[in-house]
Design a protein around this ligand. Structure first.
Ligand code: AOF
Ligand code: ZN
Length: 375
């Protein structure tokens, strides 16, 4: 921990923060409205630095990460460095503030990845620590931590969920074929990657045409992870979702939320409710179309921190046109659909401006190109 002359070694900070971020991922998506935060307490003695406490925000959101890490460290927290992926809280919730707990435990230094946009905290956590004479370093591995907490940061900071658009395109730039139902664009490994992506989001959103044409399940079908299926959201201004859709086969277990406009026929809305859907009405334009900004505002009010837009082309295009997309996951397969196909709003050659490629993955003959909005 201590480098030359007792100054902390920045490489150690990065190493321990990376460990705290990895720890935080364990409960990602399982902490309710709270972000999943990771915290590690490191004590140094003549033998060098040693991890004496670890904590991740508990399932459901409480207790917070730092309290658990300090608890494990006990007396060893005195003079230690506390790593936290989010600024320790300063508000009195169901438990006393983490910042106060760090002061009481006698820590000497706190390293934070990113500040908390929650209005009750927003810098106050750092103030409490500094006022108590604790050395505070912020911004350590900030971009990595922000990615891990993107949903929480988006909802608290911007009042809307983080939006990822996922598209699978054929070698000739198509996402499917009208009237042909589900068309295989990528192979099984890429499809498994999509299932993992679903786990990382709280809602999967599709337009009603995708439900009508493809009749998808939109659940997670990986052994042991079925219960991580997110809410299925259907954008359906006129309540046209067929009640025979596969979505309803398991709506008791995995929720279905249908977003309708005030123009939706009441009888059809009732039938959707009877089929197990939750129906939410959203203001629309005179043609019954939703503004993606309004739609995201409502999803934010319902508590959704992150959504995965899975189709179809028109729905993806509307989110892109409204500049409401934060990440694009573009799968590309080697098959050819032909000129009858539905053209993708994005291709590898034509990614909207304002995005930069952050990663490429290879799944057999398929590729996944990942782009993030440059904010
Ligand atoms: C931390 N450590 O592990 C988490 C924090 O309702 P409460 O009292 O649990 O507070 C929720 C807020 O606490 C949440 O909006 C975020 O600002 C912060 N989450 N803070 O110190 C943690 N999960
Ligand atoms: Zn806290």
């Amino acid at each position: 921990m201590a480098g030359k002359d007792n100054f902390p070694d920045p490489a150690d900070d990065i190493r321990y923060m990376a460990a705290a971020i990895r720890l935080s991922l364990r409960h990602q998506g399982l902490t309710g409205e709270n972000p999943s935060v990771g915290s590690i307490v490191v004590q140094s003695d003549a033998d060098g630095p040693r991890i004496v406490g670890r904590g991740v925000t508990a399932l459901g959101g409480r207790p917070h990460a730092e309290l658990q890490a300090l608890n494990e460290a006990g007396e060893a927290a005195k003079g230690a460095t506390v790593y936290a992926t989010l600024e320790p809280c300063s508000h009195i919730g169901k438990a006393p503030p983490c910042a106060d707990a760090i002061v009481s435990a006698g820590a000497a230094r706190v390293v934070i990845a990113t500040l908390d946009p929650d209005g009750r905290v927003a810098g106050r956590g750092v103030s409490i620590l500094e006022k108590a004479g604790i050395a505070v370093t912020t911004g350590c591995l900030e971009a990595v931590a922000r990615r891990a907490m993107a949903g929480f940061l988006s909802l608290k900071g911007r009042g809307r969920p983080h939006v990822t658009v996922k598209l699978a395109i054929s070698a000739d730039g198509m996402i499917g074929c009208a009237g042909a139902g589900q068309v295989a664009i990528t192979g099984s490994i890429a499809r498994t990657a999509v299932q993992m992506m679903r786990i990382e989001h709280e809602a999967i959103l599709v337009g009603v045409n995708t439900v009508v044409e493809d009749d998808p399940l939109l659940t997670v079908r990986l052994d042991g992870l079925e219960s991580r299926s997110p809410t299925r959201v259907v954008v359906d201004p006129f309540a046209r979702t067929p009640i025979s859709s596969k979505l309803f086969a398991n709506s008791q277990k995995y929720p279905v939320l249908v977003l309708v406009s005030e123009k939706a026929p009441a009888r059809q809305v009732d039938r959707l409710r009877e089929s197990g859907a939750t129906v939410q009405s959203i203001a629309s334009d005179y043609r019954g179309r939703f503004n993606p900004i309004e739609l995201l505002r409502v999803l934010g009010l319902l508590g959704f921190k992150s959504i995965l837009v899975e189709g179809g082309a028109e729905t993806a295009r509307r989110f892109l046109d409204a500049d409401m997309v934060d990440r694009i996951e573009l799968f590309s397969g080697s098959s050819i659909v032909g000129s009858e196909g539905i053209r993708s709003p994005i291709t590898i050659e034509a990614v909207p401006s304002g995005f930069r490629e952050t990663a490429t993955f290879v799944f057999g003959t398929d590729r996944l190109h990942e782009y993030e909005r440059v904010s």
